[in-house]
Design a protein around this ligand. Structure first.
Ligand SMILES: [Fe+2]
Ligand SMILES: [Fe+2]
Length: 393
């Protein structure tokens, strides 16, 4: 299987993963042969990349960190929780930050959220989500297909997966992992109180608009803070996921410790970010940058990997970044790559597999020469040949 930009997908190619619609109905099944009509309609819906199954890459397995069944279950839980809470604010007229805060604190909004079947189901389903994640040591196949309709929900699930795989390495017990999962699933729930036109506005936001978007952190916290089933950590992940180690984040400009206390999710110092949020901050940026947004493909995984690495110490907790780099391959399996140094310079292919001991030096399969001619596939193990350098395309 290979992940291809939709502009490089042509009729006759076979879909490697199913495509879901707005309410998670199956639009196209895995194994469907794509026609020009399908490709055009997917483009019109804003799909930037597709997973394609073909002869050359049939031996390449993109392992999902969770099964389709569990992903679908969790995504639907998040979607329903958002929608039911949104319904409670439908008739509330509030456009300033203060009036939105007041309306979040009305019993109607709080009760609708807390007593909804959707939220109860979300909490109940977390165990089976955790059971699957706990079997994973390496993050791959994470690049879920996101569209304008499902972005926030898929992003919440992917951010949860990244956080939990890091957190597992940090020896958090199951209770703490569950707190992280709830916090991550709901980390952007504050966005439901912000005008969707503003959230999806193409181009640059004005200062006032950006100030409003930033409030999603405080709005989310306000909704969750005194709900028993949520608890301190799960409410502070939405509140703190945009804070930075150097204090230049928002909403409160908290500092980070750049240290790690294995197994501890919060710190004694109350003016610092909690560790759960420090993990969430990394997961949030990684997934937001790598994700395809409507009409633009996500940044290449190696670029985002470097971005996180370079943010260590200032933006992100440097100790946690080390753990992140230990579970996140620089070039995930199934990514399209180009050789930029070595005898096959200019050749194009795909990442075939990644070993946990060699997170930056995968095995690749070259499929095209430097003139874009199809070639008999050449396999190279980068961990055995230091002269090769590759780049995701
Ligand atoms: Fe956010
Ligand atoms: Fe986010």
């Amino acid at each position: 299987m290979i992940k291809k930009h939709i502009n490089n997908v042509s009729p006759g190619m076979v879909l490697g993963k199913p495509i879901y619609g707005e309410n998670y109905e199956v639009l196209l099944k895995k194994g469907v042969e794509l026609t020009q009509g399908y490709i055009d309609r997917l483009k019109a819906r804003g799909y930037a990349c597709l997973y394609i199954e073909d002869k050359e890459t049939e031996d390449i397995v993109i392992n999902d960190p969770i099964s389709d069944k569990i992903r679908l279950m969790a995504t639907k839980d998040v979607l329903k929780t958002y929608k039911v809470t949104q319904s409670a604010i439908a008739d509330i007229e509030a456009d300033t930050s203060e009036s939105i805060m007041r309306s979040i604190n009305t019993p109607k909004v709080k009760r609708t959220f807390q007593e909804s079947q959707a939220f109860k189901q979300l909490v109940e389903d977390i165990d089976s989500f955790l059971d699957e994640i706990m079997g994973q040591d390496i993050l791959s196949g994470l690049n879920s297909i996101k569209t304008v309709d499902n972005y926030t929900f898929e992003h919440s699930i992917d951010a949860a997966i990244i956080s939990l795989i890091i957190a597992k390495r940090l020896y958090f017990d199951k209770k703490k992992l569950k707190q992280i999962a709830i916090g991550e699933f709901l980390h952007d729930i504050g966005k439901i109180f912000i005008d969707v036109k503003l959230l999806n506005k193409p181009g640059k936001l004005t200062n006032e608009e950006f100030a409003m978007v930033k409030q999603h952190t405080s709005f989310g916290y306000e909704l969750l803070k005194d709900i028993d089933a949520i608890g301190y950590v799960s409410a502070h992940i939405p509140y703190q996921h945009h804070e930075r180690q150097d204090g230049k984040g928002y909403p409160r400009g908290l500092l980070g410790s750049n240290k790690l206390d294995k197994g501890e999710i919060t710190y004694v110092e109350h003016d610092k970010m909690i560790m759960g949020a420090e993990v969430a901050a990394i997961a949030d940026v990684y997934d937001a940058c790598i994700s395809d947004r409507p009409y633009r493909a996500g940044l290449p995984p190696d670029t985002v990997y470097e971005l996180i690495k370079n943010g260590a110490g200032t933006q992100f907790n440097e100790e946690i970044v080390r753990y992140f780099l230990g579970v996140m391959p620089k070039y995930p399996a199934g990514s399209e790559i180009k050789v930029i140094h070595g005898i096959y310079k200019g050749f194009v292919g795909v990442v075939a597999s990644v070993e946990i001991s060699q997170m930056t030096r995968p095995r690749v399969k070259l499929l095209y020469d430097d003139k874009q001619n199809k070639i008999k596939p050449i396999e190279i193990d980068l961990s055995r040949d230091a002269s090769f350098e590759i780049q995701c395309i």
